[in-house]
Ligand binder design. Structure first.
Ligand SMILES: C[S@@+](CC[C@H](N)C(=O)[O-])C[C@H]1O[C@@H](n2cnc3c(N)ncnc32)[C@H](O)[C@@H]1O
Length: 395
């Protein structure tokens, strides 16, 4: 497993904690990839034939497939193990963070106060219900639980959580999606040199850093509604030597003036907002983008043209992993949403992974050092055939 990058905010783990986290990561990958791949056989060899025999037709929707599959003992076992692994991820991380506190907050506060970048918190900002109503992906305390002072606990939990969840495959800095997106844009649009960039729903700022590597002259801003992750994001970026600007702001009502940015992006934010919020954010993207600017959102693929089995598989998290908006995102008519927000169809483009890649530890370099044309480590989102996809548009 790739080692997580070491910096002043890295939470130390004991030998036993480290072993437990590695075990859970590996177990999760085994259940996801090895046991999970058996689901298709179970479906095609016994679940679907049984349905056809009784109904004289194939299941038509992912909902039909879900009902059938969740009655099958193989799928029930797989699903239950996936859920348990997700809970174990957080359980395995929390003790080390509790031990690191209160020193962790102190170190973070010092890094932030001496920082070259900026942190703008808004204590009056109301965290939207769609963020705070449940512990998204079962992360205890969610993004927004604030224990007072310069609390960064939820940021530290998310940072380590992504690492254990992805079995280290997001790279030492957890930024593989940002790296691949930034490199893709750089190669595909070599004359596009944004001077001001905005990341919406940045959490701990993982995926913003590669944009500074590839557009070093640019001024980078990031927003999130949750203060603890923003404090962590700012301190972490300072610890890594990046002068970035973080704002506690709701993407639905940004406080930036019109025409402020050349590039506005988000990475895996929309599947955690309500559809109404997503539409509001798109309108705001249009407003804050300069003419000729670009908007791009990396997300889960949509299920529109998918086989009902694949759609069932993709949307599992919506039902069993506290991802209440997952499925509404994967089934949305995105073109319509972009049009309604004022973007025009001729200016759309798509970025479909395998651009999200995995770089083994020994080959890891900062994005700026990697020659994308020779990039050899291509892989989609872990699991069967699920790729992060980007929907872009020029203003
Ligand atoms: C899955 S995380 C995004 C991960 C992050 N972009 C990355 O690259 O690792 C979703 C984040 O979006 C934030 N968020 C949700 N709704 C938002 C909104 N309306 N405005 C700003 N941030 C929002 C949440 O607080 C959370 O930190």
């Amino acid at each position: 497993m790739t080692t997580q990058a070491d910096h002043e905010l890295t939470v130390n783990t004991t030998h036993n904690e480290d072993s437990l986290q590695t075990y859970i990561s590996t177990l999760r990958m085994f259940i996801l990839n090895e046991i999970g791949s058996g689901l298709r056989d179970v479906y095609s060899t016994r679940v679907k034939p049984g349905f056809i025999k009784d109904n004289g037709r194939e299941p038509k929707t992912e909902h039909e497939v879900r009902k059938l599959m969740m009655n099958d003992s193989y799928c029930q076992t797989w699903s239950s193990m996936m859920r348990s692994c997700q809970e174990m991820i957080w359980d395995s991380i929390i003790p080390s963070i509790e031990r690191a506190q209160p020193n962790l907050n102190k170190v973070a506060s010092e890094l932030s106060s001496k920082g070259k970048g900026t942190l703008h918190l808004d204590p009056l900002l109301e965290v939207p219900g769609y963020v705070k109503a449940c512990d998204i992906h079962l992360m205890p305390g969610n993004y927004n639980t604030d224990r007072g002072g310069f609390d960064v606990t939820q940021g530290a939990l998310y940072d380590r959580g992504v690492y254990v969840y992805a079995d280290g495959n997001a790279g030492p800095l957890g930024d593989s999606i940002g790296r691949s997106l930034a490199k893709h844009l750089k190669l595909r649009f070599p004359n596009f040199n944004p001077s001001k960039i905005l990341d919406i729903g940045c959490t701990v700022g993982h995926n913003l850093l590669p944009f500074k590597d590839l557009y070093p002259e640019s001024e980078l801003h990031a927003i999130d509604v949750s203060a603890p992750v923003l404090r962590y994001a700012h301190s972490r970026s300072e610890a890594l030597g990046y002068p970035l600007n973080f704002h506690q702001m709701n993407g639905e009502h940004m406080k930036f003036p019109d025409n402020s940015f050349d590039l506005v992006f988000s990475i895996i934010t929309f599947h955690e907002t309500s559809i109404t919020a997503m539409k509001n954010i798109l309108k705001e993207c249009k407003r804050v983008l300069r003419p000729g600017g670009m908007m791009i959102h990396m997300e889960l693929p949509r299920t529109k043209n998918m086989d009902p089995f694949d759609a069932f598989y993709l949307d599992w998290d919506s039902y069993y992993n506290n991802e209440p908006f997952y499925q509404s995102w994967t089934s949305i008519d995105l073109e319509k949403a972009y049009n309604t927000a004022g973007f025009c169809e001729e200016k759309y483009f798509e970025v479909v992974t395998p651009d999200v890649y995995v770089v083994p530890e020994e080959d890891f370099k900062r994005a700026a050092d990697v020659d994308i044309s020779k990039e050899k480590y291509h892989r989609g989102r872990l699991g069967e055939g699920v790729h992060w996809t980007g929907w872009g548009s020029w203003k």
